[in-house]
Each structure stands twice: as C-alpha cells, then as structure tokens.
Ligand binder design. Structure first.
Ligand code: GUN
Length: 297
C-alpha cells in the first residue's frame, strides 16, 4: 500500500513553477499575477486565502488580496471584477467561495473573464472542459489528475467511481477522466446522496474519488481489494485532545480502508495541498496564454 504524498508533490510543483516564473521574469521582465477576493469573515476562507497568498510569494507570482466587508453589494463586486478583467498585471481572478447569501455565486463567476478564470468555474470554461477543448481545469480536479499521473496510476479503461456531484469537484473530475486523452480515458460512474445502495457502485471501483463532505463516510466494506482511493474531504471533527479542539478527517475511514487499498491519499496532506499548487499552475498558464494572444498566435 502506498500513501500518496500530496504535500510532497505540491512542493515539487511549486519548485518547478518557481523556476518557470523566474524564466518569465528574465525573458519578459514580468511575472504572472493573481488577485484573490474574499467577501466577509468566513474563517476557513480566510485561512485558504492566506495560504494562496503565501504560495504565490514562494513561487514569485505577483498577488493581491482584496478583503471586502460582508455587506458588499453584488453590483460593487461585479464592478471590481471588471476592473481586474482589464488589469494587465492580473492573469488570474479568484473569488473565494462561499459568498454571502445576498450575492449570486453564478453571477459573480460569470462576471470573471473566462481568460482569467483560474478556478475554471466559468460556464464557458466548464463547457470547453466537457467537450475536451483546452481550458482551465478547476484546481482540485486538476490536482487529482496530477497525483494520478505522478504516481503512474493507470486510468485508461479503469472504472472510476466519483462519490459527489459538486460543480467544484464531482462534475468536473468525472468529465476530465472521461476524455479520450492521456491520463484519462476511464469508465466513469458518478454517485451521490440519492443512491439507494451506494456500496453496489463503490465496490466496483478501481479508483474511488470521495468528495461528499461527510467525515469517514467511506468504510472498508464499501471498497474492493487493491482500490486506489482519492479522498477530497476536509471535515472538522471535535477532538478535545488537540490544541484547537478539532482535527481534520477525510470522507474516507483511512484506518480501515488503507488496509485494502493499493494507493490512498491521507487527510491532511493528500489532495488539499495540490489545490493551491494547481491554482498557481493555472495562473502561470494564463500568463502564457495572454502572451500568445498578444503575439497573435
Ligand atoms: N471554496 C472552496 N474551494 C474553492 C476553490 O477551489 N476556489 C474558490 N474560489 N473557492 C473555493
């Protein structure tokens, strides 16, 4: 059994990007730029945005963070996004989700220029993803594909079972693995909370991707021997023995399921660190695409 070390792979990717960004700086005198917009005081979102900023600093990507009050109006947020859409220093615009209830997430995502949508959430980019065109992959699914690739885990012809159908993880990762491409070409089943007998599906998975958001939901009886397990869940559960009073667990019962798995991602230290690494990767790719556009390619 191999534990997939997302922390290590994410670090490798950041080091590779650092080299590439330094190359861009030498060649063009400019570096890629990312703006993260945070509305309100959601504690988890504050942590994520800080981690994103730190990762940008490490790699040499220019970053701005815009912290806006909870009461920010939808129209104000859209105006700010439009300003960044035409700001040449900025190649990636990220609006941290969830947003306060009075703001429509769909409207905000659609206000971001698809060329700067480094989260890959814009309907145009998701549409391109489904039809197999070049696009920005959403960061967590992109991180999952990258882990499978770097651990040389074959996906072609394999049965991938995705548990969860969110727009951020379940739907895009299922569509990406379905493509007739290197690192994909899988047989994909998507399950969700309405499944009457979830185990019937999960037990046939060669690769199981758990993105349900329920602690330790996938148990050993639900998987077959030799399964590859990708755990996307990050759930806080109470634990009085820790300083913070809680600990993080995945959607998979790691203790039990790891005894049957051939590969498994831990929580924390699996998929989580990859999400931010791939955000930086997308920002770098966006910069390169903007250069190609300027040179008329
Ligand atoms: N909230 C949870 N995950 C994400 C993500 O990948 N991007 C953004 N913008 N918000 C999130």
């Amino acid at each position: 059994m191999t534990i997939i070390d997302g922390k290590k792979v994410a670090k490798e990717i950041r080091l590779e990007l650092k080299e590439k960004v330094s190359g861009l700086k030498n060649k063009y005198g400019r570096v890629p730029g990312l703006v993260a917009i945070l509305v309100g005081e959601n504690p988890a979102s504050q942590v994520y945005v800080r981690m994103k900023q730190r990762a940008c600093d490490e790699v040499g990507i220019y970053s701005e963070v815009l912290r806006l009050p909870e009461e920010t109006k939808e129209t104000e947020l859209i105006e700010l996004i439009q300003k960044y859409n035409s700001d040449e220093k900025i190649n990636g615009i990220l609006v941290q989700l969830p947003l306060p209830k009075h703001i429509s997430e769909n409207k905000i995502i659609e206000a971001i220029s698809p060329d700067k949508d480094v989260d890959g959430f814009h309907p145009i980019n998701l549409g391109n993803l489904v039809i197999g065109k070049d696009t920005f992959y959403p960061c967590t699914p992109y991180g999952i594909l990258e882990l499978l690739k770097r651990y040389e885990i074959e996906t072609k012809g394999k049965h991938v079972v995705v548990v969860g159908r969110s727009n951020i993880v379940g739907k895009p990762v299922a569509n990406m693995l379905l493509q007739k491409k290197e690192g994909a070409n899988a047989i994909v089943t998507v399950c969700h909370s309405a499944a009457k007998d979830l185990k019937k599906y999960t037990a046939t998975a060669d690769i199981l991707i758990a993105a349900i958001g329920r602690p330790k939901f996938i148990t050993a009886d639900m998987v077959k021997d030799g399964v590859v397990v990708i755990d996307v869940g990050i759930n806080r559960v109470e634990d009085k023995s820790t300083e913070k009073g809680y600990k993080l667990v995945g959607d998979v019962d790691f203790e039990e399921v790891s005894r049957k798995a051939s590969y498994i991602t831990p929580v924390p230290g699996g998929v989580g660190p990859m999400t931010i690494a791939m955000l930086l990767q997308n920002t770098y790719e966006s910069f390169n695409k903007s250069l190609n556009l300027q040179h008329g390619n």
